[in-house]
Ligand binder design. Structure first.
Ligand SMILES: [Zn+2]
Length: 230
């Protein structure tokens, strides 16, 4: 079915040019155009197991939005950006096409982040965050998803991250965060540890710690690309 849709997709452009359209006025051509319209929907349809070629890396927060205030050192927005840039570099080296939603310390809306994803066929969306809570005891990593077809991606990333981090695995969770709920692509939001917790924050504040986190997320994405089960 996907192969068929792809076939029609390749035909779609030339057939829709006005000169060609004038030639196709019979009933059969209307049926064909209907099929083409359906095939066009495939562009925005599901990305199947391991089918993605592009990864949208989305560093949370930015600009006036600091995110979680770290108990010491840099705040969430800076840690998320740095981790996302390290993740992008890793995935670039592996030959993936990678788009980062912000590449410096400025504010972008949640809608803008989702627009990048929804406007990119064949991608997955990975939002990078650090966690925060009022107390200092909360620690560990967790990964959120919304649509069911993102659950294995979430699990692959979460397991790889928890293994490399050496902190508590809080698991994979279903939640309707805006960037997940409004996303038409398989989308996850990774919480890479608590900046409000002394030991998690110590890892997050070190360049080597963030490199380890980024490399682990990349491993999870590669596992998903290969169709592996976590
Ligand atoms: Zn956040």
């Amino acid at each position: 079915m996907v192969a068929l849709a792809r076939f029609f997709l390749t035909l779609r452009k030339p057939l829709l040019c006005p000169r060609m359209l004038r030639r196709f006025t019979s009933t059969s051509s209307l049926v064909l155009l209907g099929m083409l319209a359906l095939a066009g929907c495939e562009t925005y349809g599901p990305v199947g197991v391991g089918e993605f070629s592009t990864i949208i890396v989305d560093p949370g927060h930015g600009g006036h939005d600091f995110g979680g205030r770290a108990m010491f050192g840099r705040n969430e927005k800076d840690l998320a950006l740095d981790t996302a840039q390290r993740l992008k570099a890793n995935l670039d080296r592996r030959g993936f096409r990678v788009i980062i939603t912000r590449n410096a310390d400025y504010f972008i809306t949640l809608g803008q982040r989702v627009d990048v994803s929804n406007g990119t066929p064949g991608c997955i969306f990975v939002s990078i965050h650090y966690n925060w809570d009022r107390g200092r005891s909360g620690h560990g990593v967790e990964t959120y998803y919304y649509m069911p077809r993102a659950v294995r991606l979430a699990a692959n990333v979460d397991h790889a991250l928890a293994a490399a981090y050496g902190t508590r695995d809080r698991g994979v969770k279903h939640r309707g965060f805006y960037v997940l709920r409004k996303n038409r692509r398989p989308a996850i939001l990774v919480e890479c540890g608590f900046v409000s917790n002394r030991s998690d924050n110590a890892i997050a504040q070190s360049a080597s710690g963030r490199q380890r986190i980024a490399d682990a997320i990349a491993l999870g994405i590669v596992a998903e690309r290969k169709g592996q089960r976590p």
